[in-house]
Design a protein around this ligand. Sequence first.
Ligand code: GLC
Length: 423
Amino acid sequence: MSTYRALFASAALALPLALAASPADAQQTTLRIFVGGQQRPDVMRQILDVYQQRNPGTRVEIEIGGATSDQQQQYLNTVLTSRDAAIDVMLIDVIRPAQFAAAGWAEPLDAYLGAEKDAIMARYLPAYREANIVGGKVIALPYFADAQFLYYRTDLLEKYKLQPPKTWEELASTARTVMQGENNPNLRGFATAGAPIEGTVCTFLVPMWGAGGQFLGAQGKPDVNSAQARRALQLWTDLKAANVTPPNLAEVVTDRIRVDFQAGNLLYAMQWGYAWNRFQNDADSTVKGKTNVVPLPGFAGNQPATCIGGWQIAVSAYSRNKQAAVGLLRYLSSPEVSKMQAILASHLPVFAEVYQDADVLKVNPWFQFARNVVVTGRSRPVSPDYPEVSEIIRTNMNAFLAGTRTADQVIADMNSRLARVYR
Ligand code: GLC
């Protein structure tokens, strides 16, 4: 709590100066930013209040929409295809810049950043610098980084004298031990995303990469007809057969995993960074002080893998306030805001140095190793046709997890449809 106060007290001190610098009749600019429900609009509001205090000529309104990455994008598709100027700035998932560049939806930032461009971009972690530069143009600036981790219940593992699992095999056996011992019908061993949503793409890719597989084959074309892809699918079959995963896995969306874990109904969860803060601070969390985070497990004898994620901020090509919008972007993608987000929302920093910050580590001790997980994490395929790539993977995975398609059917369908996208 004291860290929050210190952050915002320093912002409040800046207020009288900012007010004095601006003429009373200054022109008001109103910017509208589109944010998903999962990206902590409440924290964004606090961050924007500081900006408004420092820039009294600018008011920033938040528009909240979409509980999943896909729903957010559906909304933006409507706004942007109709060239609607109502949204000036938008958060976009790390998988989107290539699509936005191809569609002409994001205002390229190069001219606005001018001579500072290279120095600004050089400060971000390489994966985020690269994700936001498409065809040599800066399409967006990074807001926060992300990766999937394994969250676990420290109280339950301690009770059964177990260590957090390093392999999927250990995850399955320890989950069974705890579930049998607890004999609680509401308690499941492990959950990840299984609904036909973006997160479910990672439910396929993470164990496939972890088994040593690649998404693109030798010719740079997708090839998921591999032993490693089959091993990934088999992992989910085995966890389901052992009753470790919830029976409704094919309905589980990203934030549902958080809700179930904080209700005390999961031993392990494959989940993104934001959940930590919710587990520790939500009024209804039953797992505060009983939760820890480690890197995701791997298969014995292989390097574990994770999917990197994260959210970027773009200026709409249809905004009528582009100059002011870029000013806001520069603030939102600064180390100062990265630190605020880390403290207030456990959003992973896009700057290496913020992971080392003492105030940040105090509330997120696991950030000590999180930077390495992000830096060594894998990116989902980069493509202007990513929406199609994603749809092919997630609908197949969803059908597989629901038990309506076999591994052979899923692999054949993914391979033939992906080949058409990458023709
Ligand atoms: C998180 C990640 C994002 C990912 C999404 C999937 O929000 O940051 O990159 O696509 O989860 O659910």
